[in-house]
Design a protein around this ligand. Structure first.
Ligand SMILES: [Zn+2]
Length: 882
């Protein structure tokens, strides 16, 4: 699953709070019987034949399924998963016995009790049932979307981690792999897409048809997919596989970039994994609502429409980058996740860390000019910042239940997982690592694994201590802090390295337990072609260049750790800043700011560095500055000193922008274009009157003639028009949102309107989120925009409290368990922290309590930074202005 730009933003700070004291203990390789989970393992499904007749209007989901089961020990009871399902009849072996059905709503199970025990061996279980279609993006759900000929409805599915049980009764845990043969009865004018190709289609009654799909290979339930609607498909064949892009009628042509990308990626992955993609077809399905990211269903990947379709007439050229990245992520899952599946959700990181890493690797492979590692540096930074806190968790974490599994989809799982895999690949070497992956795929195809299976495969090839290094990062939370200092002994320079645990905590917080890691450390002078690497276990001292020479630690920004330099080595590096590669400059700046966040350094240490940056430095370097300045600006929201901070930041960023200007030449798909957009947005937010006036002027021109505003400028210009909107402009933005049938455009206008800083307009936006007019998928995003971009967090919070029940009913449990706590991270004061603690619905579930704990820590850290760092920043700015 991939959500990292949309919904994931709000999921990002959530994770399980686990007490992981004590030493890491290496886990065992996969065994079905030892796999955690709730279902008894005495009965296992082998083959499901499922017939469904979804009611598009009634939202009823009647079905019949015939399951070949294997009874492993005699039993009269079968327990499987079901939610919101009624049972008409349950029988075994051609109605030889009928079962009594008992439901456990809390456990989401149904138990069938037969009069006589079933014997060991194969039996046929027949279940007639009725489930429900949802209006929010869970299980099977409806999406109502606008078209030129009115609102249409389609249905689609999203089942990870544990919602297949909302469609049909099943053993809904990933280790219970089985074959699925699906048949659906649907309106005759619609296209039905499943995991496998259609093998039979026949009319049924006057208006309906029955569509049967080929049986899947053995797979986990969460990878099942069904999408039905007025859809169309474009296709291409590669290596004997038909790749399709499926979209609502009239939109499939916008899937051409996605189709071309998938063709390239399939051939490349076939080679990389050493096992050919095993299904006859792979569809990429654009769904115009329901959920915000993408889901790797085997053979039928679903995407939120704007994450997949690319329209050169409305999208910026640079929009191809995230589209390619998310396709690569989901396609990597077709092997890593779908063909070989983690045994239980405690190893979710294995799926997600790997797919996230592979997406960046594939982008580097096919579009090296995008510099995806360099420009994606922020993903690791985000994980590092969360992982330095008390409420972090090991990437390999205990998951007691399905509801806990949902909160495991966070930035630590995805981004720390990615960083660890990158560090390991770099340590073992690209070819050795790939060979290990090939052996792992071949050995475990159609099966399940634990993390230990992967390390074993890599160790067998690499003959290096993979498990020790990896386990110290997967089984412990926290960030290594490498303390580095150079000294001179005769003519040679010595580099002393030791490690501590890097912690960011409010001053009043108790110390966190110490940790020890096995860390591969790359170091060398700024332009070293191949760095020296040392595997640090405790402390060490090594020769490093000649006396006084700058030595960069974490050379190439590949390692997952922070570095704090001693005074001598820091001074040498600061002098050599311009000689460092952009990767190393970004890493040096990010670590410098992290030391400020941790209370280990003064803000002036970072501010002095940015004074030394050149206006033509790389986008990633300036992005680090923009991100940090943005955080300071948010912390300053109600401070009298804010205008001085904004003026200081504008002066630094204007030097960069003035070099680029509003209108550039070039392909449009380059870093200059992206940096320009980001600077316009930031300068406008920081109150640059000239930029704001020009944005208004260009938007007015756009209304007259859309072609006058290049696609690449539409997002930043519309955003600035949004934050400064008066009511006439606000109405214009909403009018554009209502008129468009292109999802990415609708989002642009809705979010711009939601960013209005005028309080009356913020009220209007909040009221709008209760209507059907705003797509359900973006309601939480719009409320959050009122709080963040609109700078009206109190209005948003009041609104959420007053309308909580109505919003919960429309948005589903994630609104209660995740959104409320994340909304509160727009505050940085104790009073609001107390309000969150007192808000009962946010504490109703274990997931909600985890989220609340994380949000409270975020608020406390922000309050602390505000009190400690902002006065020092003020003093620096005053001194600069003298
Ligand atoms: Zn994923």
């Amino acid at each position: 699953m991939a959500d990292f730009h949309g919904v994931f933003r709000y999921l990002a700070t959530l994770a399980l709070m686990l007490t992981m004291s004590g030493a890491a203990s290496a886990e065992q390789v996969f065994s079905f019987d030892a796999t955690p989970g709730k279902l008894p393992k005495n009965v296992v499904p082998v083959h499901y034949t499922i017939a469904l007749a979804p009611g598009f209007e009634t939202l009823a989901l009647p079905g019949v399924e015939l399951v070949d089961i294997e009874v492993r020990e005699p039993t009269a009871r079968i327990t499987l998963n079901a939610v919101n399902t009624t049972f008409a009849s349950v029988s075994i072996d051609d109605e030889a016995q009928f079962a009594v059905v008992t439901l456990d709503a809390a456990a989401e199970t149904a138990t069938f009790t037969f009069p006589q025990p079933l014997t060991v061996g194969v039996h046929k279980l027949r279940i007639a049932f009725e489930a429900r279609i949802n209006k929010f993006g869970t299980g099977l759900f409806t999406v109502d979307y606008p078209t030129d000929t009115g609102v249409k409805r389609l249905i689609s599915s999203k089942l990870e981690p544990s919602d297949a049980r909302r469609i049909f009764p099943c053993w809904d845990e990933p280790a219970f792999k089985a074959v699925f043969a699906l048949e659906v009865t649907v309106p005759r004018n619609l296209l039905a897409v499943g995991n496998m190709p259609v093998v039979r289609e026949q009319p049924f009654g006057p208006d309906l048809k029955q569509v049967a799909f080929a049986p899947t290979p053995k797979m986990s339930t969460y990878l099942f997919v069904l999408t039905v609607g007025e859809l169309e498909r474009i296709t291409a064949d590669v290596d004997g596989v038909t790749i399709g892009v499926v979209a609502t009628k009239g939109k499939a042509a916008k899937g051409q970039f996605a189709l071309d990308s998938a063709v390239k990626l399939l051939a490349w992955f076939n080679d990389y994994f050493g096992v050919k993609y095993p299904l006859p077809k792979l569809d990429l399905i654009a769904v115009p609502g329901g959920f915000g990211g993408a889901m790797e269903n085997w053979g039928g990947i679903t995407f939120f429409e704007s994450r997949l379709l690319f329209d050169p007439t409305t999208n910026a050229d640079t929009a191809r980058r995230p589209i390619f990245g998310i396709i690569a992520h989901e396609m990597a899952h077709q092997w890593f996740g779908d063909l070989v599946t983690m045994a239980w959700w405690d190893n979710l990181w294995l799926n997600e860390g790997f797919a996230t890493w592979m997406a960046t690797k594939a982008s580097e492979q096919f579009f090296p000019q995008w510099q995806s590692w360099l420009n994606g540096y922020g993903q690791k930074q985000f994980a590092l910042s969360l992982d330095a806190r008390r409420t972090s968790h090991p990437i390999q974490q205990q998951v007691a239940s399905e509801s806990e599994a949902m909160v495991a989809f966070d930035a630590i799982t995805y981004n720390k997982g990615q960083a660890l895999i990158r560090m390991l690949e770099n340590y073992l070497g690209e070819n050795v690592f790939r060979e290990g992956i090939r052996r792992y795929m071949a050995a475990h195809a159609y099966g399940n694994t634990t993390t230990a299976d992967l390390w074993q495969a890599l160790e067998n090839v690499a003959h290096k201590p993979v498990t020790g290094i990896a386990a110290s990062f997967t089984e412990q939370d926290g960030v290594p802090l490498i303390l580095a200092e150079t000294s001179c002994s005769g003519d040679t320079q010595r580099l002393a390295l030791r490690q501590e645990r890097f912690v960011v905590a409010p001053r009043a917080a108790a110390a966190l337990p110490p940790r020890n890691w096995q860390v591969p450390i790359a170091f060398g002078p700024p332009q070293a072609k191949s760095p020296d690497v040392v595997l640090l276990q405790g402390a060490t001292e090594i020769a490093a260049g000649s006396c006084g020479e700058a030595i960069k630690v974490n050379l190439g920004d590949i390692g997952y750790y922070r570095v704090e330099y001693g005074p001598a080595s820091r001074a040498a590096l600061a002098k050599s800043l311009a000689l460092l590669s952009p990767e190393d400059r970004v890493n040096f700046l990010a670590d410098a700011w992290a030391m400020v966040a941790a209370g280990r350094a003064e803000p002036s240490s970072w501010l002095a560095l940015i004074e030394a940056l050149k206006p033509d430095d790389s986008r990633s370097v300036w992005d680090q500055v923009i991100t940090t300045m943005g955080a300071l600006n948010r912390l300053s929201r109600d401070r009298a000193e804010r205008p001085a901070l904004q003026s200081y930041a504008r002066a630094r960023l204007r030097r960069v922008f003035d070099r680029l200007g509003w209108d550039g030449s070039g392909s449009g798909d380059d870093d200059t274009t992206l940096l320009r957009g980001s600077l316009i947005r930031t300068l406008g937010e920081f109150g640059d009157e000239e930029i704001l006036a020009e944005a208004k002027r260009r938007f007015a021109g756009f209304l007259q003639d859309p072609k006058s505003l290049p696609n690449a400028l539409r997002d930043p210009v519309t955003h600035l028009v949004g934050i400064t909107a008066d009511s006439a402009t606000y109405d214009t933005l909403l009018g554009l949102a209502r008129k468009s049938t292109v999802t990415s455009e609708r989002l642009r206008y809705f979010f711009a309107a939601a960013s209005a800083r005028n309080a009356d307009l913020a009220h209007a936006t909040l009221a709008l989120t209760l209507t059907d007019e705003v797509p359900g998928t973006i309601v939480t995003g719009m409320i959050n925009s009122v709080a963040s971009s609109g700078e009206q967090p109190d209005l948003a919070w009041d609104f959420v409290q007053k309308n909580f029940d109505a919003l919960l009913a429309r948005q589903g449990p994630a609104f209660r368990d995740q959104f409320v706590a994340n909304l509160m991270t727009n505050f940085n004061d104790e009073a609001h922290a107390a309000e969150l603690t007192a808000f009962a619905p946010a504490q109703a579930t274990s997931g909600g309590r985890v989220m609340t704990a994380r949000a409270l820590e975020t608020i406390a850290i922000a309050a602390d930074l505000k009190a400690r760092a902002l006065p020092a920043v003020d003093a620096w700015i005053k001194a600069q202005n003298k």
